[in-house]
Design a protein around this ligand. Structure first.
Ligand code: HPA
Length: 245
């Protein structure tokens, strides 16, 4: 079973025929909302809006553990996580689709493991390749099938938010090797790995990162909204192809 996690700009899937919704309780508290069960092109999927269906949960307040646990508890094996990002690399211009292959985590204070507590032996999970390569390939093939160009690979820097970054912070992320910046990729990716889920990001560039391109003087949220509106329509088409591959 495939799950789709929708980020900013994707709180609903218009092409999802909804069958039912289910509120799941987890040992880690409440997920961002009820899971939405339905079909896209006759394939069963589960949808969850990461920031809540009314987009009210900030990146640092998302209960990532509950979200991933809830999906896992319903038999989900594969997860495509749609996430908007700021483009740091010059190729990552607003509206572009990107499938990153690496992560740098700059977040702090988020509950980022299921493996804690006195009863749990200490383990050090391998995270060399943070994304599931099968799901990455599926996202890229789906983009091709939908006739959408995309950037294959890139380094996703996950910042704490909810504020955007300063220019100097983006300069630092670039020196670190990051090509895009978002606020929700972690700890989602590591929790998926702990649960044995095949997880990848389908990134959508919402804006030039701070101090880059048209964001040289600042990031205008009205521009971000209009970019995301257009791009998420294309993401929905990619997802239609993805479910039937
Ligand atoms: N910074 C961090 N997260 C983001 C951005 C950004 O510029 N754009 C979309 N998500």
């Amino acid at each position: 079973m495939l799950a789709i996690i929708g980020g900013t700009g994707l709180t609903q899937l218009a092409n999802l025929e909804i069958t039912h919704r289910q509120v799941i309780r987890t040992p880690y508290g409440e997920p961002s909302g009820a899971l939405t069960f339905g079909r896209i092109k006759n394939e069963e999927v589960i949808f969850l809006a990461r920031h809540g269906y009314g987009h009210t949960i900030a990146p640092h307040e998302v209960n990532y553990r509950a979200n991933m646990w809830a999906l896992h508890s319903r038999g989900v094996k594969d997860v495509v996580s749609v996430a908007s990002v700021g483009g740091i690399h010059p190729d990552l211009t607003p509206g572009r689709i990107v499938v990153p292959d690496q992560i740098i985590d700059y977040t702090w204070g988020r509950k980022s493991t299921y493996r804690e507590g006195n009863e749990t032996p200490v383990t050090h999970l391998d995270f060399t390749h943070p994304y599931c390569e099968d799901m990455r390939q599926l996202c890229m093939r789906a983009a091709e099938a939908a006739g959408e160009s995309y950037v294959a690979g890139g380094v996703y820097a996950c910042t704490q938010g909810p504020r955007l970054e300063t220019k100097a912070e983006i300069d630092r992320l670039e020196r670190d090797g990051a090509t895009m910046v978002g606020m929700t990729g972690m700890p989602e990716a590591i929790l998926a790995k702990e649960l044995g889920l095949c997880y990848a990001h389908l990134g959508v560039v919402a804006n030039y990162a701070a101090g880059r391109g048209a964001s040289a003087q600042g990031i205008r949220l009205t521009d971000v909204e209009s970019v995301l509106k257009g791009a998420m329509q294309r993401v929905r088409t990619i997802l239609e192809h993805l479910v039937s591959l």
